[in-house]
Design a protein around this ligand. Structure first.
Ligand SMILES: Nc1nc2c(ncn2[C@@H]2O[C@H](COP(=O)(O)OP(=O)(O)OP(=O)(O)O)[C@@H](O)[C@H]2O)c(=O)[nH]1
Ligand SMILES: [Mg+2]
Length: 289
């Protein structure tokens, strides 16, 4: 029996959260076409034969001087240190510079390179990219293309990971889908709805705090605040006649009920908290667990 923690690492937008959802067979992690979507770690537990793989989704690696972005990158780097293995995700469209930077990290655990978004590339382009990575073949255990659109390579990826997992008893009950607190999963679904509903810098100036969750057999009631930094951002989040916050609520309910399989009641308030992303000690509470 093998069991271990496998961190999903890579540039923002590489497809880490999408891959977690795909391997898990459930949408648990927020996805967006916008960059820097994932802020906090979230895990998904996959049983492959008698082995248990705990996938840890992390914020994307990127260069930024913004304090909250640095906190997010710290979350990803720390998760590499805590992992038994790493899946390094690189989009088929990206050059190898992010991978070269990743290789500079000290004490890297064994890793597999996954080429994502291969549905957007020709076989020639995929073959060319695989050849480029061969110069690092003594660094990685394997390199594989993934195609979450066509639902192929899933078993191959899981089998390859199991080869390198340590012998260990299960960390979690094999029935469990995730050990992440469900409140934090709801929180990120509401954040996904914000990413989806408002443009420009608003999602990055905002976060979600879950105040109360009441779970009944057929209904989960969620009371949440969207916090944002300025009056003008609050106005945009509310929208004309409250249309935007209403839309965020509807999208959040859809995402959360697809995950929890019951009806959702949601109450969202928009709150201004000026220092949430400017004061490091306050911001840390939003990113570090
Ligand atoms: N065509 C295609 N699009 C993909 C694939 N995987 C992810 N995407 C899209 O790429 C975008 C980014 O996906 P995410 O899963 O949020 O990427 P991420 O690496 O988690 O990004 P961060 O959380 O910002 O670090 C979304 O619009 C996804 O729908 C894929 O295999 N093929
Ligand atoms: Mg993500």
């Amino acid at each position: 029996m093998k069991s271990g923690f496998v961190s999903l690492i890579g540039r923002t937008n590489a497809g880490k959260s999408s891959l977690l959802n795909y391997l898990l067979g459930e949408k648990i992690s927020m996805v967006s076409h916008k960059v820097n979507a994932t802020r906090r770690k979230i895990n998904g537990i996959v049983m492959k034969d008698e082995n248990q793989i705990i996938f840890v989704d992390t914020p994307g690696l990127h260069d930024s001087n913004k304090m909250i972005n640095k906190l997010m990158i710290d979350v990803a780097i720390k998760s590499i240190g805590d992992a038994d293995m790493v899946l390094f995700l690189a989009s088929i469209h990206d050059d190898l510079s992010d991978y070269e930077k990743f290789l500079q990290i000290k004490n890297l655990p064994p890793h597999i390179v996954l080429l994502t978004k291969t549905d957007e590339a020709s076989n020639e382009k995929i073959a060319k990219k695989l050849t480029q990575y061969q110069q690092f073949q003594d660094k990685f255990r394997a390199i594989m293309p993934v195609n979450i659109k066509k639902n192929i390579y899933k078993a191959q990826i899981l089998n390859e990971i199991c080869k390198y997992l340590p012998e260990h008893e299960y960390y979690y009950d094999p029935q469990l889908l995730s050990s992440t607190n469900t409140k934090d999963i709801y929180r990120d679904f509401i954040l996904e709805a914000i990413f989806d509903s408002v443009s420009s810098e608003i999602p990055y100036s905002s976060d979600v705090v879950i105040n109360k969750v009441i779970e009944n057999e057929n209904l989960i009631s969620i009371y949440a605040d969207i916090i944002t930094d300025t009056q003008s951002h609050k106005k945009i989040l509310i929208g004309k006649n409250g249309d935007t916050v209403k839309r965020i609520g509807i999208k959040s309910k859809k995402l959360i009920s697809a995950f929890s399989k019951v009806k959702i009641f949601i109450n969202i308030k928009i709150i201004i908290k000026k220092d949430w992303n400017s004061n490091e000690n306050v911001a840390k509470k939003h990113f570090i667990y």
